[in-house]
Design a protein around this ligand. Structure first.
Ligand code: ADP
Ligand code: MG
Length: 255
């Protein structure tokens, strides 16, 4: 039997509390190869926590997270030794792009991009450099290879962060509000790069407040409200005809 819609990322029954604050209340979400899922929702609804639970940067209290063939179901907010090994494999298959770029400040652009290929994946330096240069070219920053992050604009730093994520050959890329920290005039250059990745068929989960962008590039849109997925559908469904009152109110305040 041929598998036409290969599941890259799967989340089932995910729960996470911080003390008495129940932040994720049973999340089910799966991404197939090539899916671009935008996640929208008010501040505090649990979007970042959900994203952070995928690579177990936050360890969920219950539920299962799967990446490719690997999956873990941690219990009680901790990982066993065996689960830790699985999580390391899962992380290697994911790329992350955060709001604040998180580049190494004392390393050049090129060094930032080759770091994981060299030291995590153990690839040969010349091969890592060649590929990093191709990726920097793709995000329009080959000429900045020897610059330090502090000498780049926020938009350029974020494009380096995207090149760095791609250098790991991820099966899926997770973005947490990749343009929220940028001056408005720099948002477009970063969205353009993410759009080009969508056109290449990359699997991505993108937390964003850029509704026009989400509508245009996503195969699916998920609306999170107080730790529940309240809407999950095509952009036309979620933006055009939201079922829940809360989604209607949220969208009304964002257009
Ligand atoms: P969003 O990204 O949708 O704005 P978050 O996932 O950042 O939402 O936060 C959801 C809730 O979880 C908020 O009430 C926030 O204060 C709380 N929270 C997030 N991370 C932590 C943490 N590490 N410790 C305690 N509370 C947290
Ligand atoms: Mg957040």
């Amino acid at each position: 039997m041929t598998d036409t819609s290969k599941t890259v990322l799967s989340i089932a029954g995910l729960r996470k509390s911080f003390g008495a604050n129940e932040v994720l209340r049973g999340i089910d979400l799966a991404a197939s190869d090539g899916d671009v899922i935008s996640m929208i929702g008010a501040s505090g609804s649990g979007k970042s926590t959900l994203l952070r639970c995928i690579p177990m940067l936050e360890i969920p209290d219950a539920g299962t997270v799967g990446v490719g063939e690997d999956r873990v179901s941690p219990r009680g907010g901790r990982l066993t030794r065996a689960e830790e090994a699985t999580v390391r494999r899962m992380r290697c298959q994911l790329g992350f792009v955060f709001q604040n770029f998180n580049l190494w400040p004392h390393r050049t652009v090129l060094e930032n991009v080759i770091e994981a290929p060299l030291f995590v994946q153990g690839r040969a330096r010349s091969e890592a450099v060649d590929e990093a240069m191709a990726l920097l070219d793709k995000v329009g920053l080959a000429a900045k290879r020897d610059a330090y992050p502090a000498h780049l604009s926020g938009g350029q730093q974020q494009r380096v962060a995207i090149a760095r994520a791609l250098a790991q050959h991820p099966r899926a890329i997770l973005f947490d509000e990749p343009t929220s920290a940028l001056d408005p005039e720099l948002v477009g250059e970063v969205l353009k790069v993410i759009r080009s990745l969508a056109e290449e068929g990359r699997t991505m989960l993108i937390v964003t407040h850029e509704m026009g962008f989400a509508r245009e590039v996503s195969s699916r849109v998920v609306f999170l409200h107080q730790g529940h997925i309240e809407e999950d559908g095509t952009p036309a469904e979620v933006f055009g005809a939201p079922k829940s009152e809360r989604a209607r109110a949220f969208l009304a305040s964002h257009f």
